[in-house]
Design a binder for this molecule. Structure first.
Ligand SMILES: N[C@@H](CCC(=O)N[C@@H](CS)C(=O)NCC(=O)O)C(=O)O
Length: 420
């Protein structure tokens, strides 16, 4: 059974395909879509990301076994089971047919029509009218096919339904008002059936069908454009670029609330510590600074041990290729990205188990404050440490410095049972 992480920006319909497939197949999929785990525009441009995913695009998948995959359809295929992929050669080919149909027949006109209504793209009357006609053709084909069928291929949901439905989510939400979809009742019936399956719902939430066709909003479009540089710079700059669809979708997201906003300020300045940790010697500067300034009232330190270390054996093998330097760089960039709550996941080179020491504001594990931090919460055993204890001092030292005996990790590791 596949298990791994999907990197994406939040609410990416391309990522939904893989997420829904995983809901059906039972593949264990973590979604990294928000800082500190993933920041669109930053993480996907980092050398570590590019070395795994050369286009720097999302969604991108990395298995716990190190297997990397880009292109949303390939990821969804990989995370599917045989029933979703099509159990016979004919069914599998039909699934592929509809997946390709979605990419080449639905996405281009859907984007041309919907994006201007989201303020992502400049409106062009001719292009929109053409897109409407192309969408009508798509709906006619689907409506005809679905006259005698509940699903696109076979008697059950397949990757064909997942892919085509996901590519139509924006159409149904934004522009396919009742009068427009009226000639295509089978398509609406099929779409509503799909998005109401529990596996779809778990990913998409409630999909509300459009009541009134959204129109181009010039004000929204103007607001969505990147702010201009100073006039001097602008003269030299390349011709103005429109924000691409991904940037714009991101910009349109409601800004996530800072889960720590309601908390009083702490005297322990996490950024200051991060600077010391990144730029200066860990043992002689960063660690003493940490203990001199650590605010015992405002923060707590947690130890989290990954529950399924045996699954990491392959990762260990594949990551032999990764140099310690790369890992260090990754760790530091994570520290920089995180805000007041600093997550320090260390992939210890020797045992390759994942452990987290988490100084966090509030005396509870931070995940409860924010759904984005709950993604892999269940995969760890959490234990609060007493900052006055020798155990805690040793663990903080070992995890921050990446050296030591790591005696607490457990007998199995110390005896080398797991990764031999
Ligand atoms: N065909 C690809 C398209 C992926 C794609 O274009 N991703 C965009 C986000 S919508 C991206 O990551 N762009 C980042 C960039 O170009 O830097 C797929 O289906 O996965």
């Amino acid at each position: 059974m596949a298990a791994g992480t999907l990197y994406t920006y939040p609410d990416n319909w391309r990522a939904f395909k893989a997420q829904i497939a995983a809901q059906y197949s039972g593949a264990r999929l973590k979604v990294a879509s928000n800082p500190p785990a993933f920041t669109f525009g930053q993480t996907n441009r980092s050398p570590a990301f590019i070395s795994n995913f050369p286009l720097g695009k999302v969604p991108a998948y990395q298995g716990d076994d190190g297997f990397c995959l880009f292109e949303s359809n390939a990821i969804a295929h990989y995370l599917s089971n045989d029933a979703l992929r099509g159990a016979t050669p004919q069914a599998a080919a039909q699934v592929l047919q509809w997946v390709s149909f979605a990419d080449s027949e639905i996405i281009p006109p859907a984007s041309a029509w919907v994006f201007p209504t989201l303020g992502i793209m400049q409106f062009n009357k001719q292009a929109t009218e053409q897109a409407k006609e192309d969408v009508k053709k798509v709906l006619t084909v689907l409506n005809q096919h679905l006259t005698t069928r509940t699903f696109l291929v076979g008697e059950r949901v397949s990757l064909a339904d997942i892919t085509v439905a996901c590519s139509m989510v924006w159409l149904f939400k934004q522009v396919l008002e009742p009068s427009f979809r009226q000639p295509y009742p089978n398509v609406t019936r099929w779409f509503v059936t799909c998005v109401n399956q529990p596996q779809f719902k778990a990913v998409l939430g409630e999909v509300k069908l459009c009541e009134k066709m959204a129109q181009f909003d010039a004000k929204k479009f103007a607001e969505m454009q990147p702010k201009k540089e100073t006039p001097a710079k602008k003269e030299k700059a390349a011709p103005e670029e429109e924000m691409d669809d991904c940037d714009a979708v991101l910009a349109a997201e409601p800004k996530a609330k800072d889960p720590f906003a309601h908390l009083p300020k702490s005297a322990f300045v996490m950024d200051e510590f991060k600077r010391k940790y990144s730029n200066e010697d860990t043992m002689t500067v960063a660690l003493p600074h940490f203990w001199e300034n650590f605010d015992r009232e405002g923060y707590s330190i947690w130890y989290a041990q990954y529950k399924y270390p045996e699954e990491l054996t392959l990762t260990f093998k594949s990551c032999n290729l990764i140099t310690g330097e790369t890992q260090q760089e990754w760790l530091i960039s994570k520290l920089r990205l995180s805000t007041l709550c600093s997550e320090v996941p260390l992939v210890h080179r020797r045992w390759f188990c994942i452990v987290v020491v988490w100084p966090i504001y509030l005396k509870q594990t931070g995940q409860r404050l924010c759904p984005d931090w709950q993604i892999d919460y269940e995969s760890y055993d959490w234990r609060k440490l007493d900052p006055e204890s020798e155990e805690c001092k040793t663990m903080v030292k070992e995890y921050f410095a990446w050296e030591g005996d790591f005696k607490h990790v457990g007998k199995a590791f110390n005896q080398g049972k797991i990764f031999k």
